[in-house]
Design a protein. Structure first.
Length: 365
């Protein structure tokens, strides 16, 4: 046990070598980064997700099919998902599959709830039938809290809520996770079922290879590449920005902590930046333009827009003190890394760019 703890504190994830990892959402932005890191660690990965949306998605440009056994299917397909999990007998499950966009959730609210809530229940239903020991990390979001738009950063013990369908669906997913933990994977009976569940709530993530609609960095990059003025919807909104490798390192770290002590760490955890890296959107845009070297932005007057939270901060003290995890790149470094990735990247070197960023991140204390 002491060796495992020592390794984790040094960001050494070598314990994943030759472990079987089931990764939902492996074709998505965060899923692709996590897949690449797990591959580098020597894990055997089985992915389950919808197909990438286009040939330029990060999963395709890093040749994701060569890094894992990939199953292209919908998380709502309960029978196929269960078959995929049970036949694999994973040591770890990381559940990232989701409808992840706030503004899109206003257009497809019921589908957002189906994917994010029922999809999570489907994963946990399959886990109920697993015979082997398994550590399960379920990814939700920092938006699960009832956001009162105050400067107080939200702690894991704060009330869950959600104004928009996306946020509410993720809060519901947290309730599902807690219900399954109590009802089927009760920690008092761990020696019988040998399943340990934890949820991870991450802040706003940026990084190379994200092309999603209505996300600030992809919007900035698309405008800059097309010599267009950047349209900034909510310039005064404050968010806990972090590079994608921050939460992914947290997920991997949490998985090993569950392995070390499956009872102590089976709960919810916040993964975000330090308080000083909660940036106003307009400041993020200015930093991005400084890194890129040119470009302009405009803040149009928008009427009848769907509600988006203006202020959101995470308290990560519990994660720092009890998990022994901390962020490494501040907001400026995260923005520079991200913009440089888009500036220098081509589809032929995406995998190497991802590997280089992982290696650079790992070297930091």
């Amino acid at each position: 046990m002491e060796n495992l703890v020592s390794k984790q504190s040094q960001m050494d994830f070598s314990s994943y070598k030759n472990k079987k990892v089931f990764l939902t959402g492996h074709t998505g932005f965060k899923g692709s980064w996590m897949l690449a890191w797990l591959h580098q660690l020597g894990a055997t990965v089985k992915g389950y997700s919808l197909a990438p949306e286009n040939e330029f998605d990060l999963y395709n440009t890093i040749h994701g099919d060569s890094l894992c056994e990939s199953i292209i299917d919908d998380i709502r397909n309960k029978e196929n998902l269960e078959k995929a999990i049970l036949s694999f007998e994973p040591d770890f499950i990381f559940h990232l599959a989701a409808q992840p966009l706030v503004r899109l959730s206003y257009e497809i609210p019921s589908e957002t709830f189906e994917v994010n809530v029922i999809g999570t229940a489907h994963v946990l239903d399959a886990v109920r039938k697993l015979k082997n020991q398994c550590q399960i990390v379920l990814i939700t979001t920092d938006k699960v809290y009832e956001n009162l738009e105050w400067h107080y950063p939200y702690r894991e013990s704060d009330r869950l809520g959600g104004y928009d369908p996306y946020s509410a669906s993720k809060a519901c997913a947290e309730l599902v996770i807690n219900s399954y933990r109590n009802s089927f994977f009760n920690l008092n009976n761990y020696n019988e079922h040998k399943k340990s569940l934890a949820s991870a709530r991450a802040g706003n993530v940026i990084g190379g290879g994200d092309w999603a609609k209505d996300r600030i960095i992809p919007d900035i990059v698309r405008a800059l590449q097309n010599n267009e003025v950047i349209q900034v919807r909510n310039p005064k909104s404050i968010r806990p920005w972090q590079h994608v490798l921050e939460p992914i390192s947290g997920y991997l770290h949490l998985g090993l902590k569950l392995l070390e002590n499956p009872i102590k760490f089976a709960e919810a955890w916040n993964f975000g930046p330090y308080a000083e890296d909660n940036l106003v959107v307009e400041d993020l845009v200015k930093m991005a333009l400084e890194t890129w070297g040119n470009g302009n932005y405009h803040t149009p007057t928008l009427l009848n827009q769907p509600h988006e939270a203006g202020l959101l901060k995470l308290d990560i003290n519990k994660t720092i003190n009890e998990l022994n995890w901390k962020p490494k790149w501040n907001a400026k470094a995260a923005i520079e890394k991200t913009l440089n990735w888009y500036f220098h990247n081509t589809t032929s070197n995406s995998f190497q760019e991802v590997m280089d960023d992982i290696e650079s991140y790992k070297k930091l204390k």
